[in-house]
Design a protein around this ligand. Sequence first.
Ligand code: 5GP
Ligand code: MN
Length: 321
Amino acid sequence: MDNIDDLMADAIQLIGKSDNILIASHVQPDGDSIGSALALAIALTKIKDGIRVLKVDDIPADYKFLPGIELIGEWQNGELDLFIALDCADIDRLGPGKALALRARHLINIDHHITNDNFGDINIIAESAATGELVYDLIKRMEIGFDTDIATCLYTAISTDTGRFMYSNTSHKTHLIASELLKMGIDINSINTNLYQNRSIERTNLFLDSLSGLEMFADGEVAVTAITQDMLDINNAKLEDTEGIISFIRGIDTVEVACLLKEIARGETKVSMRSKMRIDVSRICNKFGGGGHLRAAGCTIYDDIDHAKKLILDEIKTIFR
Ligand code: 5GP
Ligand code: MN
């Protein structure tokens, strides 16, 4: 495999000679995907015209404060020299962006998921806490000056994907990058208030509802809860309002594996999984066609939520038997 220096150099050369560049990230976007995409878009806008971030899904309210959010939209231009996919373990995660990624003359894939299947022409896949760390590295190597806007987006990417610098993916390098971003004069109080102290009452009610349905298995080592469309309706909440539930459940002292099932529609269930110390949840999700990281992973099961729960629990229980 090529080393990261060569891959970064190849990517920079390709970006340099491309005119129409589209950046995109995964459906059901999180802070890392949106933060990384906006940071790269703002940076490239300094050296090129017409840089766009493709809207592959609705943007959760949590991230609407981010600078550069107006760069997210549809792709109007016919020609597409280069598509840059960020934070996507496989091409299907691009959702409606997949067709454009396949149509583009070149495809760069930048990601930090161990399960990434190298779907790009250039694949910058490295273990890092967040895709935001890889984008930081790329912008630095391109010698584009960082500014407060880029730094705000990257700080958001890294803070959210490390659970505020708490998860095991947080490294020495994570803190060094955060330090560099702080030097840019970002307003950390404003960022943190927007990200973590901005919960609506609807989200709060959904949270309470989800906890009342909590089930424990394997002597308390496994905790599972489900969010149905009915629960969203009753609480006037959206799917994005499930944010925070799974990490709260993992925080229970006996829990090693936390699992949250979300009813996307009848016959379609999104599964989020987290672990604390021992279990590789990406392997469990891989069995259902998903993936992710050692301690945070997900998959979609095309089945009703009750049956999906049974399938997932049977799989988890084999590990604890
Ligand atoms: P979340 O539970 O927050 O949706 O996702 C946790 C982690 O698993 C994230 O890194 C996310 O990218 C990854 N992930 C979630 N769903 C899927 C999926 O369906 N396929 C793959 N490959 N990764 C996923
Ligand atoms: Mn990520």
